[in-house]
Design a binder for this molecule. Structure first.
Ligand SMILES: C[S@@+](CC[C@H](N)C(=O)[O-])C[C@H]1O[C@@H](n2cnc3c(N)ncnc32)[C@H](O)[C@@H]1O
Length: 241
């Protein structure tokens, strides 16, 4: 029987050779192994990540402002891949409740400490991968996924899951590095980077592919903005009423 590592390596080799996106049919145990290796990477860099300044403050402020046009005092919001919680803490005063999840327990610890220091009480931080999260259908008004969609193994499945969890008229707001464009060369070094623990798992797709994936799932693109070439693509996708 081929082990998880060998299967993963082979699939990635296939993707690199053929330039075809690869898909693995993963069993539960394999999904858990992959999640735990991803969590190990993010746990290890959590402290350093929390000290890093925002790369493009002007673009970040614009994204916050646009996001807040979709927030109401009764909004139920999920943020997945919340990292150290900075964005959730900024949005918290404008919504009813935020459930903020991250695969890394270290990121969650830092986020909880920051929220407590800021006296924010309407965020529930929780260690969970988005794939493992079980939420009722039609239970959310807004889902936020910032710098995360290029880190999940199966973005189609995650986007379909988010679509189900949103209420009709709800929005999925994402900001994503579309590495299939200017940084596609990275895919040649990612397997080695991962092997020596210096890089997380990265998925490579273009802006158009991401938008197609959202519309194929039923979303309507409400707003799409890329501050400049090579920068993360900010998309507000709406679930029709
Ligand atoms: C690049 S950081 C982005 C953090 C934050 N959203 C931000 O914009 O600063 C990616 C985060 O996603 C988390 N993550 C990675 N894979 C995940 C998954 N499958 N489910 C939930 N969180 C995940 C990592 O632990 C990390 O905190």
């Amino acid at each position: 029987m081929m082990g998880f590592g060998a299967k993963f390596g082979l699939a990635r080799y296939w993707a690199i050779k053929t330039h075809e996106p690869y898909k693995l049919v993963l069993k539960d145990k394999e999904v858990m192994e992959m999640a735990s290796s991803s969590a190990t990477f993010w746990d290890r860099i959590a402290k350093r990540y929390s000290r890093q300044p925002i790369a493009d403050e002007a673009a970040y402020q614009t994204k916050l402002r646009i996001t807040q046009t979709h927030l109401q005092p009764e909004t139920e919001l999920l943020e997945f891949g919340c990292g150290t919680g900075s964005t959730a803490i900024i949005h918290a005063p404008y919504v009813k409740h935020i459930r903020a999840i991250d695969i890394s327990s270290k990121m969650i610890e830092i986020a909880q400490a920051k929220a407590a220091a800021a006296h924010i009480e309407n965020i529930t931080f929780e260690q969970s991968s988005i794939e493992a999260l079980k939420l009722a259908e039609h239970s959310l008004d807004v889902v936020l996924g910032l710098s995360i969609l290029h880190l999940v193994e199966d973005k189609e499945a995650v986007i379909a899951q988010i679509y189900k969890m949103l209420k009709p008229g709800g929005v999925f707001i994402s900001s994503t590095s579309c590495l299939g464009e200017s940084l596609s060369w990275l895919k040649f070094i990612t397997p080695i980077g991962r092997l020596i623990g210096l890089m997380p798992m990265l998925m490579f797709f273009t802006h158009d592919e991401l938008q197609k994936c959202l519309t194929d799932s039923g979303f309507v693109i409400d707003y799409s903005w890329q501050p400049s070439e090579g920068k993360a693509v900010f998309i507000v996708a709406k679930k029709p009423c």
